[in-house]
Design a protein around this ligand. Sequence first.
Ligand SMILES: [Cu+2]
Length: 494
Amino acid sequence: MNRRDFVRLGWATVIGAGAGKLRPAFAESLALRHVPAPPRHPQIAMSEPKGTGRVADFALRIAPTLVELAPQVVISTIAYNNKVPGPLLRVREGQPVTVDVVNDTDVPEYVHWHGLFVPSEVDGAEEEGTPPVSPHGKRRYQFVAKPAGSRWYHSHAMAMMDLHLGSYTGQFGFFMIDSANDPGLYDQEVFLALREWQYFLSTMDQDEMAADPNDPRPEKPATPDLRPNGLEVSAPLYSINDKMLGAGEPLRVQSGQRILMHLLNASASQIHRIGLFGHHFQVIALDGNPVPTPQLVDVIKIAPGERVDAIVEMNLPGVWILGELRDVARQSGMGIVVEYANQAQPHPQWLPPANARWDYTIFGKPTPHPAPDETIDMVFEKVPGGPHGINHWLVNGKEYPHEREFVFQQGRRYRVVFHNRSDDSHPVHIHRHLFEIVEINGKPTAGIMKDTVVVPAFGRATVDLVADQPGLTLFHCHIQQHMDFGFKALFRYA
Ligand SMILES: [Cu+2]
């Protein structure tokens, strides 16, 4: 069966028929899983990956699968090893890694290792020259795992108008690179990937809550753009990992425990805010990189591509919902029940967290930045409702591809200034490098290393980057539709 037919047929038969009783063959193939309570020192409990001999350390098979998001809600998608998220890949920093990927679909695929320092040839980006995993073919990816932290892997295929490709599918998973000096100051470790499903095009903008009118808008053009907006990507179903709120096993905790949460936004299109009433998140790492000043916050705001590692102290016994702040997203599935021992109640509680503010800069330090060798300005603009009724995106006045506008000299320190002259927030990602946040809308900070940063609507973000990873380097917005319709560029090394 052709891949696209499978997708359509799967949806039509399972959902269209009312999603009543599952056929046994389907039920058997469902990924009925939850995140198990991991051991206290999971890196010790994991089986040791083998060396780089003839056998791969990990094997990924890209294929159509069915996911039971809830007892009456089964969707078909493409995933790794019939799991959503794909298998947790866990290695030690500096370890050579071999991953064999088999592609059981009829389109070329790319597996991107997000946040890792890997050469362009294995980074999993067509634009950088990585070869595809051909349809019904296989490819071996080999690299050294670095730097330590919460990384992830996902499809980097273009999707354009086909919302069953690339990051619209279930092709994503956690890739943990353990540092030799993890203090392990937690009792449980959980992996929580935020997702929407069954994407469709709509005039409705689901992306985010209304912007705070007090936010500075340094890049707002003097004359508003009155052209009608194009179609945006929406979704009716939400989940954390492969389960809608209430459908999976609760996260079972005990009073006094410290839970390390690895949050990943694996969405193709939406920024999410997550809260847990009466509890605080101690943010210890952003995009897998330890922050200079861990801080307690009530809400974590996380954009497509980003990761947040936070420790939550369990000190308010009850049965709570860890969930998206927007009622529509939470009620459509984005949440998980947190259940204290001996507190079983039929109705988990949701109450809005006290302070929903999120500000990257509070996790930094005041140290001044060394002066850059060069400054690169990148200006983002929207062309509303272009061809196909889809918004197109310009970087410095043009859609991808660019010629030689963005060139790095190896070893130099660059200050890259992102000017967002559009009314959407954009999580922009630079492949194969880390950058340091310098300022967001004029608010300075230092020491926060990331690979993806949200440039606020009509706002500005500035980052510093040392050009120390030779090879083609892709830059793009992590919202799939924006990337597909112009919002990307290549950095080249001279
Ligand atoms: Cu964008």
